[in-house]
Design a binder for this molecule. Structure first.
Ligand SMILES: [Zn+2]
Length: 241
């Protein structure tokens, strides 16, 4: 009987190790996802500035297009000016030309300003990109580190699971079934009683005669409160007296 309980205690030790490993491993994917999110935020910031730059570029070429069309128009009007017969028509067209020229001058000034804005925005993009590259390198290194840790933990769990299978072979089938059924609900599934008659799993007292029986039989029973497998400490640890 003592051997039965000892082999189950050995199995439980492995299960506790596996649970601890899995718990630490399950934080890694979450941390990796957080870093990916952070990298995405930095990337979006660069893209936002780059898209502002694209807008300025579009505004600039559209303005250049307009200026060029307006200049052509002025040229055509100037050519037509000589064909005008009446003074009234002549001066009307001359006034139109004057207005168009003034508007062209102000558009040319606007184009210069737009060029300056574009230059400044180009610098912003450049700086943001430098920041992004640095962050990407830093975050990439952190992610690689976490992925390595995750792989290590997964390998560790795999190794422990093999160890568990070996340990489970030594446990009597009925006891193993009971243990596994309890284990799914609460860990540890197998606990010693604390004298005089307390279940160390749920801290409830079991009937005194249960403890007395276990002390003599060195076997196991079920805690009526939490259903854990209970035993007298003497069953595993040799009595200190
Ligand atoms: Zn209990």
């Amino acid at each position: 009987l003592r051997e039965k309980l000892q082999s189950l205690a050995a199995l439980q030790k492995v299960d506790v190790e596996i649970a601890a490993f899995k718990k630490s491993a399950e934080t890694y994917p979450k941390q990796i996802a957080e870093l990916e999110k952070e990298l995405g935020t930095v990337r979006s910031a660069v893209e936002a500035e780059r898209s502002k730059l694209d807008d300025i570029e579009r505004q600039r070429s559209s303005l250049e297009q307009t200026i060029s069309e307006e200049k052509d128009k002025v040229k055509k009007w100037e050519a037509r000016l000589t064909e005008q017969r009446s003074t009234r028509e002549y001066s009307a067209l001359a006034r139109e030309i004057d207005i168009a020229k003034k508007s062209n001058v102000s558009m040319a000034e606007e184009l210069v300003e737009l060029g300056k804005t574009q230059g400044a925005q180009r610098e912003v993009v450049k700086q943001k990109d430098v920041d992004f590259q640095a962050r990407a390198k830093d975050l990439g290194a952190k992610m690689a580190e976490l992925r390595a840790k995750l792989a290590e933990a997964e390998a560790g769990v795999k190794g422990l699971e093999e160890k568990r299978n070996d340990a489970a072979k030594n446990v009597e089938a009925n006891l193993l079934r009971r243990y596994d059924a309890v284990r799914k609900k609460r860990m540890p599934a197998m606990v010693p009683l604390a004298p005089p008659n307390t279940c160390t799993g749920c801290r409830m007292n079991v009937p005194p005669q249960m403890y007395n029986t276990l002390k003599v039989s060195l076997g196991y029973d079920t805690c009526p409160s939490c259903m854990r497998i209970i035993y007298a400490p003497e069953a595993i640890e040799p009595a200190s007296k």
